[in-house]
Design a protein around this ligand. Structure first.
Ligand SMILES: *Cc1c(COP(=O)(O)O)cnc(C)c1O
Length: 385
């Protein structure tokens, strides 16, 4: 059996990106210049509407969003138990209390009934995550939020090009937050974007992100002159990163075509294996970003998740786990907020029994066929052992 060469992720970088970054380095504007503005405009255009401001990371975008909403000590914010720790850190850093919501088993997204059940008089907001790019039904989330007067922030780190009834995710809540870390849909090395349908929100957060400089005062526009109208951070993106991001954006149509073809091929092949089920939105109107293929193991295979992941790795198939623990089970959150081991039964099943497989543009449909036959053999062996 020849060893496969199927890494979990690999950024798509070639001469176009290298030339764009070199061009920045040949000039003299290295930060908040024309590349950032063009990347922001291009990103908003890709989304179809809304306004965008570049940041240093998705976590920075999330943190800025919560600061902008004035969330702080005494407030509760509902968050999925199944997410990247950045989602929870961004809330915990403000002093607010994250309250975790269990998942549902079709898509891995937040369970809307559990979300409603966890609302208290102290609940101020809901932090949504589109689980591995599968959109949660934002129409329902916004209806619940409006009923209780709650603000909504969307973590769209894995959800570029995910759409609900044709509307891009990130345009439903107060803000949508994106990541350009290397394994995401498009990369700047590090980087983030914050979008909102409200131009004032984007302007205000954009200023906060850059020390809250105010250059709008009267008098001549002398370089270096500014006033400061409030607290702020430095959460900016550099021109080198933005130049990379602009080129990456032009690849997005190809990236999405390849991701969807790979996802569909792998999904149907894996679903045909006994004891394997691929998580998906379950509704055509909820269009995924096809970030990865999350394979949930059932029956006898479930207990052998780690052995199966290692067997796949041994055969040259890269895997990952989204996510290894419900957030409350991570040491810091357990110690600080306590954790009810029985409180998140579905999130626990996904954390302990799922394996994520790649479907990125570094791979083709032939690779998907190889993963399927490899997984079918491993499943057969594991069932008999
Ligand atoms: C990757 C990721 C983040 C963090 O993104 P950074 O740009 O590295 O800060 C946050 N949330 C989710 C869901 C992610 O997948």
């Amino acid at each position: 059996m020849t060893k496969l060469d199927i890494p979990f992720g690999r950024p798509w970088i070639d001469d176009l990106e290298r030339d764009a970054v070199m061009e920045v380095l040949s000039g003299h504007i290295l930060t908040h210049g024309p590349n950032c503005h063009a990347f922001e405009d291009g990103f908003a255009k890709m989304m179809g509407s809304g306004h965008a401001v570049s940041t240093s990371s998705c976590m920075a975008s999330l943190h800025l969003s919560w600061i902008d909403l004035g969330v702080g000590p005494g407030d509760e914010v509902l968050l999925p138990a199944m997410t990247h720790v950045a989602t929870a850190h961004a809330v915990a850093l403000t002093g607010a209390t994250p309250v975790f919501v269990d998942s549902e088993l079709t898509s891995g997204n937040m369970d809307l009934d559990d979300m409603a059940a966890k609302i208290t008089p102290r609940t101020k907001a809901i932090g949504i995550v589109h689980y591995v790019g599968i959109p949660i039904d934002m129409v329902k989330v916004m209806a619940l939020a409006e009923k209780h007067g709650l603000k909504v922030v969307e973590d769209c780190a894995l959800a570029v090009e995910a759409r609900i009834d044709g509307t891009h995710v990130g345009l439903f809540g107060h803000t949508g937050c994106y990541s350009f870390y290397p394994v995401k849909h498009i990369t700047c090395g590090e980087g983030g974007m914050l979008v909102s349908k409200d131009p004032e929100t984007v302007k205000r957060i954009g200023e906060f992100r850059a020390f809250n400089y105010d250059r709008s005062g009267p008098g001549p526009k002398v370089p270096g002159l500014y006033d400061v109208k409030g607290l702020g951070m430095n959460y900016r993106m550099s021109e080198m990163q933005a130049a990379l991001g602009r080129v990456q954006l032009t690849r997005l149509p190809d990236i999405m075509r390849m991701r969807e073809a790979n996802f569909r091929a792998l999904q149907s092949g894996l679903n045909a294996i006994e004891g394997v089920r691929v998580l998906d939105s379950g509704e055509d109107r909820l269009k995924s970003s096809f970030y990865c293929v999350t394979m949930l193991l059932e029956g006898v295979l479930a207990a052998k998740r780690n052995d199966i992941a290692l067997a796949l790795n041994e055969r040259g198939v890269g895997t990952s786990i989204y996510y290894p623990h419900p957030i409350g089970r991570l040491r810091y959150y357990r110690d600080k907020f306590g954790y009810d081991a029985n409180g998140f039964p579905v999130a626990t099943v996904i954390a302990d029994n799922a394996i994520a497989l790649p479907c990125g543009p570094h791979l083709g449909v032939k690779d998907m066929e190889d993963i399927i036959s490899c997984m079918a053999e491993i499943a057969e062996t594991m069932r008999r052992s």
